[in-house]
Design a protein around this ligand. Structure first.
Ligand SMILES: [Ca+2]
Length: 180
């Protein structure tokens, strides 16, 4: 039931942009911590906000930073499934599918992915790469997104550029910690 309520809340956030959080703010760990009113709280005390506006990766990253947040770094299957569920729900409601940036790039060293919050990507940890995603990775494609054409599995594309079809811009998810 909670899994249904959260997407409902997120959609309301998207539609209204400002929603007072009530019941679901106390779900799971991080009890007592709160998120800004436009964010959704996940168990563990992470606050998430899905922006339907589309931006280049650097612009999306800057947008999150202005809000004291970072592009979401998906470290678990549970978080990935939750995000995909929300995107599917959004699609059913609006008829729109979005590609969505997550906080992962190999912009510093080609082929070596690093999360926006610092750690190197752990190749033995959770991932949801699209089949062949790394086959098309190159020095021009450095930024990871949830690919709407591939069931929102992870793909790599150019981080910015307005003249190339595969260069976005994309929607994005900002994440920040809940606070007391
Ligand atoms: Ca690359």
């Amino acid at each position: 039931m909670g899994q249904l309520i959260l997407p409902l809340c997120l959609l309301a956030t998207l539609a209204v942009t400002l929603v007072q959080r009530t019941g679901s703010a106390a779900v799971g760990n991080g009890r007592g911590l709160v998120c800004p009113s436009s964010y959704i709280k996940r168990p563990g005390g992470i606050c998430l906000k899905l922006h339907k506006k589309t931006l280049s990766y650097p612009a999306a990253k800057a947008s999150c930073a202005r809000d004291g947040a970072e592009l979401f770094t998906i470290r678990s299957q549970a978080d990935n499934e939750w995000v995909v569920k929300v995107l599917k729900y959004w699609q059913r409601r609006t008829g729109k599918k979005r590609d969505v940036w997550i906080g992962l790039t190999d912009v510093v060293a080609e082929g070596t992915f690093v999360w926006e919050d610092g750690p190197a990507f752990d190749t033995t940890g959770y991932s949801n790469w699209a089949e062949g995603a790394h086959d098309v990775n190159n020095g021009f494609r450095d930024c990871v997104f949830l690919n709407k054409r591939l069931g929102w599995r992870w793909s790599i594309q150019k981080c910015e550029g307005k003249w190339e079809r595969d260069a976005g811009p994309n929607s994005y998810i900002c994440a920040k910690n809940a606070v007391p």
